[in-house]
Design a protein around this ligand. Structure first.
Ligand code: 13P
Length: 261
């Protein structure tokens, strides 16, 4: 067994307004109750849209729910004249533990480069937010056989200029673009192969300590019925889940299946 705690994170993307968010988190908490999960077994995180975060914070803190939450993006800028941006310090004040950076949908829709992603990580770690750095190849790169080089290249450029100490707690999510929202899941062997390559490159660049401590997630059409096989690999420490995290009971079933309950 690895020392790394299993992490199950639900990225809601642009789904659920703040009222739906409250209902979803309540149902998730109720559905998880019988499994008696605790910090020793796993960590369950919801990642709602920005406008839901205050409601989610109030619910989780008020009811002392055993759940953490995070944001789907963060500005690389300090607070100031940046219309529409959300500063890392604001997310920190809202009690966020995590922030997703470099999701392929943001890379595609908002032209986020690895350099921008690195600047977002810089902002996040400066405010005690743990980055969940998303990397992963498109179908063309996989078909060409360049998926490992491509994905490791994205990771290295996104982490350029950081020291191991600055990246303490880092989470990497391997999300092959062709598997997101398509029903196509990478095989457990594909996920394991990439996770091992990511960990080895982290060791080469940042040392064995960071490589051993970093949690590597798989994301892309993860469901309750395939999660156990995916997280069985020693290098895969959890899942970043989209569609299957939108329903509280479904996400709870997925979390229980991942832990083996
Ligand atoms: P799906 O689980 O809907 O494929 O989404 C994966 C994802 O992009 C999570 O960030």
């Amino acid at each position: 067994m690895s020392e790394r705690t299993l992490l199950l994170a639900g990225n809601w993307k642009m789904n659920h307004d703040h009222l739906e968010a409250i209902a979803t988190v309540q149902k998730l908490a109720w559905s998880l109750e019988d499994a008696k999960l605790d910090d020793a077994s796993c960590e369950v995180v919801v990642i709602p849209p920005f406008t839901d975060l205050r409601s989610v914070q109030t619910l989780i803190q008020g009811d002392k729910l055993w759940l953490r939450y995070g944001a789907q993006d963060v500005s690389r800028h300090q607070p100031g004249a940046h219309t529409g941006e959300i500063a890392a310090s604001f997310l920190s004040r809202l009690g966020c533990s995590y922030v997703v950076v470099g999701h392929s949908e943001r890379r595609a829709d908002n032209h986020e480069t690895n350099e921008i992603v690195a600047a977002k990580i810089r902002a996040a770690v400066g405010h005690d937010l743990t980055p969940i750095l998303c990397v992963g190849e498109s179908l063309a790169e996989r078909q060409d056989g360049h998926h490992i080089d491509f994905t490791l290249g994205q990771m290295e450029e996104s982490l350029a200029g950081f020291t191991a100490a600055e990246l303490d707690g880092l989470v990497i999510a391997y999300e092959p673009v062709w598997a997101i929202g398509t029903g196509e899941t990478a095989t457990a062997a594909d996920a394991a192969e990439m996770a091992a390559a990511i960990r080895q490159r982290l060791a080469e660049r940042f040392g064995d300590g960071l490589a051993a401590a970093t949690r590597i997630l798989y994301g892309g059409s993860v469901k309750a019925d395939n999660v156990a096989e995916i997280v069985a690999s020693p290098d895969v420490d959890g899942a970043l889940v989209g569609g299957a995290s939108l329903s509280g009971p479904d996400f709870a079933a997925l979390c229980k299946a991942a832990v083996g309950k």
